[in-house]
Design a protein around this ligand. Structure first.
Ligand code: NAD
Length: 357
């Protein structure tokens, strides 16, 4: 630490039930939240999982609505809000990844209904008061404490079916929250502790998760890391990495977690020289590596995760457009973001070259 401390920290309400079998306590959590008729939200492919989870709730389930989609399209949001009103729901239960949780947030926002979350990926949305909504291809986000789930249950048993590639990308997506929280303008010592521990837990767990998806110990360590990284995202303002991924995802419709996986080592390399505290914390979390950006690039390689935007379907000619969009909106970043620097970063990320900053 250099010099006297100076920070502002606003703690968010947080109730977490974690462990093998945590979901068996769902009925208690729903009762504790005072809910009697929940609308269960999930992605189309997760209906069976949602039904298994909801079976624990008996008559407290108003309906199952398996229509969540990534980035919450406006029509999907309208449908869910309408369904919640039709079935007279007094709350919602999101089962799945960031898509299901994101839909629950919009129902919470528009209908004033509390949400409970059972996350089954490592995206971390359940720990943030940030909602997102996509209209005509443009994603808007906002912060509202009402969308923060009142209770979150992390049960590693529910994640054993998450394929290795989705697990790896989702886990690195979570690590990205912690990386940017470490150099955020509104970071604090407590956020830094959570970020370092979150990266340590995920970087340690992901190779084991990818080797054996049914390893409950590894799945549990990954969820622990995802929880901490999600809490970091909820507590701070994100910088270059998240803005770039937002531009890439929103404009080119690239897959969310995989885009984070490719961009993170490059965005971190870009910022490393201007963020020595973050570099030190990440170095400790990644096994004593002096260059955390390269350590994360190596980790992605070890996990068999994508390392180029080209393999995600991005055309080389789109690089200039993404540079323009990323530069258009000002945001805090430890190092000045220039068109030249951003162009270099994106060309390296597009081609799958190691990060150089
Ligand atoms: P997702 O929810 O779409 O899940 C990815 C895929 O994994 C889906 O096909 C899903 O059906 C599948 N899946 C989920 N759980 C599974 C399981 N247990 N077994 C097998 N398959 C499973 O995507 P995501 O990456 O979790 O979340 C991305 C979305 O969340 C994006 O829209 C992103 O913007 C949003 N997000 C928001 C915040 C926030 O704070 N608002 C934070 C992080 C992510």
């Amino acid at each position: 630490m250099n010099g006297p401390l100076s920070f502002t920290h606003q703690a968010l309400p947080m109730r977490v039930v974690m462990g093998v079998g945590a979901v068996d306590r769902l009925a208690d959590e729903i009762d504790r939240a005072g809910l009697a008729r929940v609308l269960v939200l999930c992605s189309p492919g997760r209906r069976e999982l949602a039904e298994t989870v909801a079976a624990r709730l008996g008559a407290r389930v108003a309906d199952i609505h398996p229509h969540a989609r990534v980035h919450v399209p406006a029509a999907t949001a309208d449908d869910a809000v309408r369904r919640a009103a039709e079935v007279n729901a007094d709350g919602c239960l999101a089962v799945g990844g960031g898509s299901a949780v994101g839909l629950g947030k919009i129902v919470a926002l528009r209908q004033g209904l509390p949400a409970v979350a059972v996350p089954t990926t490592y995206a971390g949305s359940e720990m943030t008061p940030v909602w997102g909504l996509t209209d005509d291809g443009v994603k808007r986000t906002g912060r509202d404490p009402r969308v923060l789930p009142v209770s979150v249950l992390y049960d590693p048993r529910l994640t054993v079916g998450l394929p290795a590639d989705v697990s790896a990308a989702s886990g690195i997506n979570a690590i990205a929250h912690a990386v940017e929280a470490l150099y955020a303008p509104d970071t604090s010592p407590i956020v830094a502790l959570m970020a370092e521990e979150g990266v340590r837990a995920l970087a340690g767990a992901l190779p084991d998760v990818v080797a054996d998806g049914a390893d409950l110990d590894a799945r549990s360590r990954a969820q622990y890391g995802a929880w901490l990284c999600g809490a970091c995202l909820g507590a701070t303002t994100m910088s270059l990495h998240h803005k770039l991924c937002h531009a890439l995802g929103g404009t080119l419709d690239l897959p969310h977690a995989a885009t984070h996986t490719v961009v993170l080592p490059h965005a971190l390399a870009y910022n490393q020289g201007a963020a020595p505290g973050a570099v030190a914390a990440l170095g400790r979390a990644l096994g004593g590596r002096a260059d955390p950006a390269t350590a994360l690039w190596d980790l992605a390689g070890r996990l068999g995760a994508p390392r180029s935007l080209r393999e995600l379907g991005m055309a080389y000619d789109d690089i200039d457009r993404i540079v323009g969009i990323t530069l258009a909106a000002p945001y805090a970043n430890p190092r000045e973001v220039t068109a030249d620097g951003l162009g270099r970063l994106l060309r390296a990320a597009w081609a799958g070259r190691p990060p150089t900053g």
